[in-house]
Design a protein around this ligand. Structure first.
Ligand SMILES: [Zn+2]
Ligand SMILES: [Zn+2]
Length: 379
């Protein structure tokens, strides 16, 4: 029996899949302290074979940090390859690294950007280019050496955003409120990435990295979990500026997307994260009766993703869109609401029905909803 659960986190995504005797968790919602208990209660599972972090946004990564922090047994952790670009610097000298981001914020004229992600939208997208041949390849193991050295110095749990010194510096450095907000967001993002890498390493899990924007090879990932918009990488990603690194790591459009196929093509799952699916290599393989996690919690900002899914015949009246979200007036948008797919939410707007874990099972012939499932009543 295979099982899919959209865990009803209060904000964000947390999708659990049992397949081929593997337990997979894609993202962990926003509650770092609450998620580990909720995960146990909902799945009855005390171990995870593959834990995937799709991007560094709080409503996806925080719960995962909680699981790692509380010592859950996790065999593999799959992370965005782009994080490797500056991770060594971020681990060795976090203060210096975020200072670099601060200088960039100060020197940059931001136009209309008011948050970290919008900065990314305004920078040029050459971050997804292949490493040029003359650029030296650096093995990822260098990052692990940096993490080990940190442990020896007993500094590895140093949480730099709580340092009053930095807030003082921020106020001195950045005059405009908007710049300060961007900077604080950048610091928090840096902190999450750093901590995720350190906790994952010390958990003893095998860490695997998936570089966004690279065409996946045929056997990339595992046969029950394949990347859609990334490829497994073993070398440190192209160097980015500190600000570019942080904005791209948090950016929705660089979310990792994975597909869980089955041998007979029935009851697949597409984990869309917050992606706009603009870079996709093999959506066609997803299959018409799949579960598709609603891109970006059903946000209309990602209408391109819904278009891609429709154009590739992934969304049909046989498919099931599953939306995990908290209370937001603006979500879901029309692309989700008007889709021909069957739909279920952890929480429907306007919140008349209680929030729910969305549970489906399959005996190999296709997904079956749990008896008490409430289908989407969003308006
Ligand atoms: Zn999200
Ligand atoms: Zn709904």
């Amino acid at each position: 029996m295979e099982k899919f659960i959209s865990i009803s986190v209060n904000q964000g995504d947390a999708f659990y899949l049992e397949r081929e005797e593997r337990k997979i968790l894609v993202d962990g919602g926003k509650s770092r302290n609450g998620f580990p208990q909720q995960f146990l209660r909902t799945t009855n599972s005390e171990s995870i074979d593959i834990l995937v972090c799709t991007h560094a946004d709080a409503d996806h990564i925080n719960g995962l940090l909680g699981l790692l922090d509380q010592g859950f047994s996790i065999a593999e952790v799959w992370l965005p390859g782009a994080w490797t670009s500056r991770l060594e610097d971020l681990i060795n000298r976090p203060d210096k690294f975020i200072f670099e981001a601060g200088i960039e914020i100060m020197e940059k004229d931001h136009g209309d950007e008011s948050n970290l992600e919008e900065i990314d939208e305004s920078t040029n997208p050459d971050c997804i280019e292949n490493v040029t041949p003359d650029e030296p390849c650096i093995e990822i193991s260098k990052i692990y050496s940096a993490i080990e050295t940190q442990e020896k110095n007993n500094e590895w749990k140093y949480r730099f955003s709580f340092e009053p010194l930095f807030y003082h510096q921020i106020h001195k450095m950045l005059g405009r409120d908007r710049d300060r907000d961007i900077y604080i967001d950048a610091i928090k993002t840096a902190e999450k990435i750093r901590e995720m890498a350190i906790l994952a390493y010390h958990s003893g899990a095998k860490i695997r990295w998936f570089e966004f924007g690279q065409k996946p090879t045929k056997n990339c990932g595992e046969k029950y979990l394949r990347p859609i918009n990334s490829r497994e990488t073993f070398q440190i990603s192209k160097r980015k500026s500190a600000l570019e690194y942080l904005s791209l790591s948090k950016a929705n459009k660089e979310s990792l997307v994975f597909h869980s196929p089955t041998e007979n093509g029935r009851a697949n799952v597409l984990f869309s994260a917050d992606s706009d699916l603009a870079f996709n290599s093999n959506l066609q393989k997803v299959g018409a009766d799949s579960i598709i996690t609603a891109p970006h919690h059903g946000s209309e900002h990602n209408k391109n993703a819904y278009q891609e899914l429709t154009n590739n015949n992934v969304i049909t009246n046989e498919s099931i869109l599953i939306r995990s979200d908290g209370k937001y007036k603006s979500r879901p948008g029309n692309s989700y609401l008007q889709s021909v797919a069957k739909r279920a939410c952890t929480l429907c707007r306007p919140y008349i029905t209680p929030k729910q874990n969305v549970i489906f099972e399959s005996n190999g012939k296709g997904w079956l909803a749990s008896k008490d499932l409430n289908w989407c009543k969003c308006k």
